[in-house]
Design a protein around this ligand. Structure first.
Ligand SMILES: [Zn+2]
Length: 490
């Protein structure tokens, strides 16, 4: 996912906390496959833009999560339960299922209990500083077969934003919960694709999934979640809110007693900004930028997929962070004339197309969401202000690259192969400029047609460098290998 780094930030590495699993012994009987039902997806229809509703009959193998979060009165502890229907979308049998517990490498502590597969208890094993939980299966899960995993979890939320940009934190009256539940790991050509993410980049890599979420919390806080709110109840000093989000790559929740909401509508999409009341002017400026960015990106790439886009202000140490249908903006820049507000908002809105709608391995191929989103931000500025008006943002791309001496470091490396300065300079600087070079090579009309087709034909899917290259070559009828060797390939 996500963030604009203007200067390389030096962040301390963190140590994870112990997880203790306490589950009963497994029994030897075979596990019957679970039947998935696509009809359960009706609750997601109203949250999807009309152009995309047919996707509810597609994605037959997408994971279906049902999660309950119960947030304590101090907003720093979560008790949760999760049930997820997982389907083997691979062509081989799977002997285990792996889930990520990101809390254990983001400064918090998550303990998982009562893990069961189709109702039978299993004892998981843990790796990667307890951020990877492996659930063994008694009998292999065959292609297209499903199973239901259930578990409970307790999560002690960090009360600092010092680590990992504060993506999971309760700080200064704001609770931010990014991927704060056991997350199914992507299975791809690397197998179960999991690593401890470097501090500078995004931590998740996820397939499109469906989330039915119940949040139980103190009544006095405003809750903001991915997707659409489908019900709300109050009971004494507590409230229960349900959300339906999908298809999305993650579920994000923010909560604060301080939030007021400011709204705007564009092209049938409800935009909301939840922040402190004294930041109203900045929030309204951000919503204007967002509305305009959506119009530009819909025209250039593809329709925005959902009926809502929610912004929340958080004390994150990043400028902004994207989530599916949600964006976190750091409080310090929510001022109408702040130098970073417009570029940050346009960039994070761009991620709704590149990261969420069109997904990628954010750890191995960060350029496929960050570099292309920097270029989308440049297109936002040039479409809004003309070429001269976009010069300031274009110079910022050059400036980032110059910060690392304009070295010809490849744009297409994994996050772990860059130091912090290179990650900013190459992925956020040189990588944005690559798309200008690609446009020059292909010709403007071919490039514009390619960008539209690339976004629309890869919607809801995961892309790779090769997919992008082949799609571009189709439009220019040319061989882009040399260009990719000069800019992208290691
Ligand atoms: Zn970004």
């Amino acid at each position: 996912m996500k963030r604009i780094l203007l200067l390389p930030s030096l962040l301390l590495f963190l140590t994870s906390c112990l997880i203790v699993g306490r589950e009963a012994e497994s029994t030897p009987e075979p596990i019957p496959p679970t039947q998935t039902s696509l009809t359960d997806r009706a609750i997601y229809k109203d949250g999807l833009a009309p152009e995309y509703r047919a996707v509810l009959n597609e994605l037959p193998y997408a994971s279906m999560y049902e999660i309950e979060f119960s947030i304590t009165d101090d907003l720093a502890h979560i008790n949760g339960s999760e049930s997820v229907i997982y389907t083997n979308a691979e062509e081989i049998d799977l002997s285990e299922v792996r889930l990520r517990l990101f809390a254990n490498i983001l400064g918090g502590e998550m303990k998982v209990n009562n893990v069961a597969v189709n109702g039978k208890s299993f004892t998981p094993t843990y790796a990667l500083n307890d951020s990877l939980m492996t659930v063994p299966l008694e009998s292999p899960l065959k292609p297209k077969e499903s199973l239901t995993l259930t578990m409970d979890f307790d999560f002690a939320v960090p009360q600092t934003v010092e680590l990992n940009y504060g993506v999971q934190a309760y700080f200064d009256d704001v609770l931010a919960l990014a991927h704060a539940y056991p997350v199914i790991t992507v299975y791809d050509d690397e197998g179960w694709n999991a690593e401890v993410p470097p501090q500078s980049g995004d931590v998740t890599y996820a397939d499109m999934s469906f989330f039915e979420i119940t949040v139980e919390a103190p009544k006095g806080v405003t809750l903001v979640g991915s997707g659409r709110e489908i019900s709300r109840q109050e009971n004494g000093d507590r409230q229960t809110v349900k959300y339906a989000a999908g298809p999305v790559r993650d579920f994000y929740l923010a909560a604060s007693p301080e939030y007021e909401v400011f709204t705007k509508k564009v092209d049938g999409i409800e935009l909301r900004f939840y922040t402190r009341d004294y930041l109203q002017d900045g929030a309204e400026s951000a919503l204007n930028v967002a509305a305009h960015a959506i119009e530009i990106f819909e025209e250039r790439y593809a329709p925005y997929p959902y009926t809502e886009l929610d912004f929340v202000s958080t004390p994150t140490s990043a400028l902004g962070i994207e989530y599916p249908g949600m964006i976190a903006i750091t409080e310090g820049i929510i001022l109408p004339d702040h130098d970073y507000l417009e570029a940050t908002v346009a960039h994070e809105v761009g991620h709704q197309w590149f990261y969420n709608l069109v997904g990628n391995d954010q750890l191995d191929d960060p350029w496929l969401d960050e570099s292309i989103t920097q270029f989308a931000t440049l297109q936002y500025f040039s479409d809004t202000y003309g070429k001269a008006g976009a010069q300031g943002f274009r110079s910022s791309l050059e400036g980032r690259w110059e910060y690392v001496g304009k070295e010809l470091i490849p744009v297409g490396l994994p996050v772990r192969d860059y130091n912090d300065a290179e990650y900013s300079g190459i992925v956020y600087g040189r990588g944005g400029l690559f798309f200008e070079a690609l446009r020059d090579e292909m010709g403007m009309d071919n490039f514009d047609a390619f960008m539209k087709d690339y976004t629309q034909s890869n919607a809801w899917d995961i892309v790779t460098a090769e997919k992008l290259k082949q799609n571009a070559e189709k439009y220019c009828g040319c061989d882009l290998t040399r260009l990719f060797e000069n800019w992208i390939y290691p």
